[in-house]
Design a protein around this ligand. Structure first.
Ligand code: GLU
Length: 473
């Protein structure tokens, strides 16, 4: 909470939920059950630092909903971690999964540390200890609760988790499904790392294809040539920038803690990433202009603004200065309810987090399915499809007397690899979710914004699931 924001992150999720609940037919008791966090596990454990001192670590795992099993959601490492934040993020996971039709309940974990202040050895000890604390209380498992990466964590931490879990559960055949976002060598799925960024791109692209929506914003359809500003060059920001650039948009500014850079001709995220790695700062990138403050990037003139870092970065104070036509929430909770009010007045379309950044959990679902089925995607059908395509093309060429060129031949003949199936599954999930949310929005002119429409869609799905479980006759 702060002077700018008189209530907590969890309360802000509750406010958005309550705003949407009015547009549903469910009785108050069901709505209260959906909103509540079912289990909150706060733990403390000691870790011996490299310098010999003992430090007490504060950590959490929250299971927001068990209307579907397992619970699902990332683990973040950040100084800012607190119970309220983890509860808010766990709630968002429930709604997120419902929106993209991923059959999980919401969960989230957090360890209150700044990973930059710890050695790799210390981080490994903390992650492994956290995992065994989860095992002790039955808070992790392929059918119970499945963590994943989030802010400050990645493939490395996920491999420590799966290794710790497997060693504590010998013989558990589905143990690899206890966590997602693992490296491919440890049971991960190809395409998981870039999945959130790619999902952000697919979601915004679908919105940009909607003529009526674009007309209202005074924009042409399609993402091609649209100007994009991305805040955050972590995994999500990096991949969002990459897919927008590859999709023909122009990423005109990138922001990180230390500042922001701008180039109206477009920036290449990989070059900027390498520059930051070598110099330690995003600033002074050749050909780009430095912006004094990182937050200045949020106020630049552009078509699409992508906050891809942390929560509450656009609030009642700075929202009036946002000039983007579309705000795509790649982070979790980057815009406060006050910002939503401002966007509504200014006619800015805010594409909400729990739908737009659902690419990560969608591909996590594919990874979990892969782990349970113990087979790589494409392994069974790839060769069959190639043989079938070869035969089909031969017949067509014989019948028509025409031949296709080498590039086309390669594309037509190839059977699907894991990455192709994962990315097309993600594309399908994001397109379907966008259309479902827009249909809800169009069905009731009283629904003020896309966030509320997304919540309505999520509430209806979770409530229906409770009703079908027979909990609420
Ligand atoms: N941490 C990501 C999120 O907030 C991914 C969660 C997952 O894959 O379970 O959506």
């Amino acid at each position: 909470m702060s002077a700018q924001q008189p209530y907590s992150f969890f309360q802000s999720v509750e406010r958005s939920f309550n705003k949407a609940a009015k547009f549903t037919k469910w009785e108050q008791g069901i709505l209260e059950q959906i909103k509540a966090c079912n289990s909150v596990y706060q733990m403390r454990f000691p870790v011996k630092r490299d310098n010999g001192t003992i430090e007490v670590i504060e950590a959490y795992r929250v299971q927001h909903s068990q209307h579907k099993s397992p619970c699902k959601g990332g683990i973040r490492f950040s100084d800012e971690v607190n119970q309220d934040e983890v509860m808010a993020l766990a709630s968002l996971m429930t709604y997120k999964c419902a929106i993209v039709n991923v059959p999980f309940g919401g969960g989230k974990g957090g360890i209150k540390i700044n990973p930059k202040n710890y050695s790799v050895y210390e981080l490994e000890k903390i992650t492994r200890r956290y995992t065994s604390e989860l095992v002790k209380k039955n808070f992790i498992g392929p059918g119970i609760d499945v963590p994943a990466p989030d802010y400050g964590t990645g493939e490395r931490e996920m491999s420590w988790i799966v290794d710790t879990y497997s060693s504590l559960k010998p013989g558990e055949i589905d143990a690899a499904g206890c966590v997602t976002g693992k490296p491919v060598s440890q049971g991960g799925v190809r395409g998981r790392k870039g999945a959130t960024g790619l999902g952000v791109f697919y979601g915004i692209r679908e919105v940009c294809m909607m003529e009526d929506v674009m007309k209202k914003l005074g924009l042409s359809t399609g993402v091609k040539n649209k100007t994009v500003v991305v805040q955050g060059l972590g995994n999500v920001g990096y991949h969002s920038s990459k897919y927008f650039r590859e999709g023909g948009a122009k990423v005109i500014a990138l922001a990180e803690y230390e500042g922001a850079i701008m180039n109206p001709d477009g920036l290449n995220e990989e070059e900027v990433f390498q520059h930051r790695k070598t110099t330690g700062s995003i600033l002074n990138f050749p050909g780009a202009t430095n912006l004094a403050n990182s937050s200045d990037a949020l106020e630049l003139e552009c078509d699409i603004l992508i906050p891809a870092a942390l929560e509450n970065v656009i609030n009642g104070e700075n929202a009036p200065r946002v000039k983007a036509k579309i705000v795509g929430e790649a982070a979790n909770g980057p815009c406060t309810p006050e910002a939503d009010e401002v966007f509504l007045k200014k006619g800015i379309l805010c594409v909400p987090d729990m739908y737009l950044n659902a690419g990560g959990v969608t591909v996590s679902y594919f990874e979990w399915l892969k782990n349970l089925s113990h087979v790589r995607y494409g392994r069974l059908e790839k060769r069959f499809a190639e043989n079938q395509n070869t035969e089909l093309l031969q017949q067509i060429e014989t019948l028509t007397g025409k031949t296709v060129n080498e590039k086309e031949r390669k594309f037509i003949l190839q059977g699907p690899d894991e990455i192709d199936l994962v990315q097309s599954g993600l594309e399908e999930s994001m397109i379907t979710a966008t259309r479902e949310i827009m249909a809800v929005w169009n069905s009731n002119p009283e629904i003020p914004d896309m966030r509320t429409a997304a919540y309505v869609s999520a509430i209806n799905k979770v409530a229906t699931s409770y009703a079908e479980l027979g909990i609420f006759p």
